[in-house]
Design a protein around this ligand. Structure first.
Ligand code: ADP
Length: 710
């Protein structure tokens, strides 16, 4: 542009206008450069278009390229309109660049990033000053200020490790103070000696100067140290005694075997000593077994302890996974430490997987120091920013590395110990589970063989009955000796046998439905009193036969419930049948109702309870849960008598299983209570059935608890 200015062919006003457009264009470019520098370059096309459209509009107006009436602008001609458009556009883009930089600076906590942005502020300062001088008519643009700005920008963009502004400022301040103090002391000394000794005969100003210089040389060193300390304290920088720190650290951690304790000790010590805001210790597990997601295995990073503010929510350290080829792993192997600043900006980290980067971002740390023991990567110390806001200087990183090395042996031992502890616990747990499973298996096995025994016994009795009658009938028919009465009697006998067979097969069928969760319920309003009265009636003759009494109490007051009455009949049929069977002749049975719905706050919390109690032989406490299992019977399968209501006339061990399946399907609960098994003292048993008044949660409970109950 300056060169154009020298050409005689172009009129000067045009050149000035060109410079004006150029200023706007540069501000648009600079805004984009700032966005790229701050890594906030989303939607960049939109901004480019806005900038260029504004520029185009300014050119069209400024160059009278649009057939618009003149003047279109109260402040003067199209020239001044173009000038103001350029100025407003320039101010908008430059202002946005400043605002974006300030915003990023305040958002980012990491000192290295902040340091980098601080440099950018000086770039903005120079470039803006240059443009301002031009717009106010004080200078032509593209002068020295802009050049300095561009040079600083180039330096900042091309240099990764920028000198620390705070540190440099601190040095300059202490240098200035010391220089000022020296000059002041020197001058004061000379003036004082002159004033005091001038009249003394033999006074030599040379000697006086030499004496003051000597005094200054002696006090200079302590003075400069004092000033440095003072400045450091003013700008709060951390200082520590390296040897003492390392010694104390090793002494602290050397005998700790517990992994968590070691990690806590290490991280608290380092954070206190270096005045670090937060830190965390990770242990590394090299998972060598390949799987689909990680064909080469991976490094699992398990957080042990974190301390300080700003850790992930709940102080829960997220578990990380790094692939062996990750640039992070490679750099942690080769370098004593790694900074988040490097990971964010250096090109070699561009290949890092997004999930690995996201994990690091979530950690919210500045520095990562690996711990190696005999060449194996076993741990990672991570640290957030320092309290002072300072960066980590080389001496800090050296100290961290030394401390990490000191930690290696202790960490290795603690890991081994932890591993051993974990394995031990795991083995104990497995042993326990195994013994439980074994017990269950043995019981199941027993139940199965019992079932085969019981089923064949149960099935054989009616079958023998049928076969006997049919053989007899055939013989009698062949010998023409079958009278109608004896024929009818035999057919009745056969029909009884078939009924019994049908009953057993039906029970087995019910069980299979419960097992496969295909038990359908036809629910309606049901009165429990009606259900139970109906069942009790069926047992009238059995009760008479066994001289037992059965009392029904409080059922009339119970609310009606929504349930399947046929299924509920089955439940109480089994319970009453059992009560009769396991109570000696002359015993008492009672069926009592309780309304539990009165205290319920919501309709779905309303329940009713039915208790079937007897004065029978009772049940041992360890049997109380097993009796609901399939085919489970307390007594030995070989010693039972067949019969639906005979004393101890055990069935195939399916009654309670069916009862529990049905009650659970209704969203209820069933359990047994007894003070023990005793055939002489007859402690009796109680069976409790709790059913919901409204079965709205039925679906839910059916799916969740059904399985667990069987
Ligand atoms: P079963 O068809 O053998 O009666 P159940 O499933 O109904 O099978 O009962 C399982 C076992 O629970 C029975 O073998 C019996 O030993 C025990 N049992 C059930 N009800 C009672 C009770 N009221 N008193 C004592 N024992 C009982």
């Amino acid at each position: 542009m300056l060169w154009l200015d020298g050409l005689p062919v172009l009129p000067r006003p045009l050149i000035v206008r060109l410079l004006l457009y150029d200023t706007l264009l540069l501000s648009v470019i600079f805004f984009h450069l700032t966005r790229a520098f701050l890594r906030r370059d989303g939607h960049s096309r939109r901004w480019w278009i806005a900038g260029l459209v504004w520029l185009l509009a300014a050119i069209l107006l400024g160059e009278h390229l649009l057939p618009l009436p003149n003047p279109i602008w109260p402040g003067g001609g199209a020239d001044t309109l173009a000038f103001w458009m350029v100025t407003v556009g320039w101010a908008a883009f430059t202002g946005s660049a400043v605002w974006l930089s300030v915003q990023t600076y305040t958002q980012i906590q990491q000192p290295l990033h902040r340091n980098r942005i601080t440099y950018w502020f000086t770039v903005i300062g120079f470039i803006t000053a240059d443009a301002l001088l031009f717009l106010t008519g004080s200078a032509t643009p593209g002068g020295g200020l802009q050049l300095i700005g561009v040079m600083i920008a180039t330096y900042v963009i091309l240099t990764h490790s920028l000198p620390d502004v705070r540190h440099t400022a601190r040095r300059v301040i202490s240098y200035l103070i010391i220089t000022g103090l020296t000059v002041a002391l020197y001058t004061a000394g000379i003036l004082a000696t002159q004033y005091a000794f001038q009249s003394v005969p033999g006074y030599s100003s040379w000697l006086a100067v030499a004496a003051i210089a000597l005094v200054l040389a002696i006090v200079f060193d302590p003075l400069s140290k004092m000033v440095q300390r003072l400045v450091n304290r003013l700008i709060s920088s951390t200082h520590y005694d390296l040897r003492r720190t390392v010694q104390q650290y090793s002494a602290n951690i050397s005998n700790v075997l517990d992994l968590e304790q070691l990690a806590t000790m290490a991280i608290t010590f380092i954070c206190n000593e270096l005045q670090i805001r937060r830190g965390a210790v990770y242990v590394i597990h090299h998972m060598r077994r390949p799987d689909q997601e990680w064909p080469d295995g991976y490094f699992k990073l398990r957080g042990i302890v974190g301390t300080g503010n700003g850790l992930p929510p709940g102080n829960e350290l997220p578990e990380g996974a790094l692939q062996p080829q990750s640039p992070l792993v490679e750099n942690l192997r080769d370098l004593p430490s790694l900074s988040q600043y490097d990971i964010d900006l250096l090109p070699q980290f561009q290949e890092t997987l997004p999930e690995e980067k996201a994990w690091l971002a979530n950690l919210n740390m500045d520095i990562y120091v690996p711990i190696y023991a005999s060449g194996e990567w076993i741990g990672l110390l991570t640290f957030g920013p320092k309290r002072s806001g300072d960066r980590y200087f080389d001496h800090d990183l050296d100290l961290l590395k030394t401390l990490a090395d000191q930690t290696a042996v202790a960490l290795k031992n603690a890991r081994l110990f932890d591993d051993l502890k974990y394995r031990n616990e795991k083995i104990e747990q497995l042993n326990y589970e195994l013994s439980v499973a074994n017990e269950k298996l043995a019981r199941l096995d027993q139940a199965k063989s019992d079932f085969i025994g019981v089923a064949s016994h149960e099935l054989r009795t009616p079958m023998t009955q049928i076969r006997g009658y049919s053989d007899m009938m055939l013989d009698m028919l062949e010998s023409d000796g079958l009278s109608p009465e004896s024929g009818a009697m035999m057919i009745r006998g056969m029909s009884k046998g078939v009924n019994r067979l049908e009953e057993i097969v039906n029970k087995m069928f019910e069980i299979s439905k419960i097992d496969t969760e295909t038990l359908d319920l036809n629910v309606e309003q049901v009165s429990l009193k009606e259900v139970i009265d109906g069942v009790v009636k069926d047992f009238d003759s059995a009760l008479q036969e066994r001289h037992q009494t059965l009392a029904v109490e409080n059922l009339a007051d119970l609310p009606t419930i929504i349930a399947d009455d046929d299924r509920l009949k089955q439940v109480f049929m089994h319970l009453i049948q059992n009560a009769i069977k396991y109570t000696p002749d002359g015993g008492r049975i009672s069926i009592t109702g309780r309304d539990l719905s009165e205290t319920a706050l919501r309709p779905e919390d309303a329940f009713v309870e039915i208790i079937v109690a007897d004065t029978g032989i009772g049940l041992a406490s360890e049997e109380l849960e097993h009796i609901f299992e399939k085919f489970y019977r307390v007594e030995d399968a070989r010693h039972h008598s067949t019969g639906q209501t005979k004393f101890k006339g055990a069935g195939p061990g399916l009654g309670l299983t069916i009862a529990r399946g049905i009650v659970t399907a209704h969203g209820g609960r069933i359990w047994g209570e007894s003070c023990g098994y005793d055939e002489t003292n007859l402690p009796g048993s109680e069976f409790h059935v709790v059913l919901p008044v409204e079965s709205s949660q039925m679906e839910l409970i059916r799916s969740e608890e059904f399985e667990a109950s069987l």
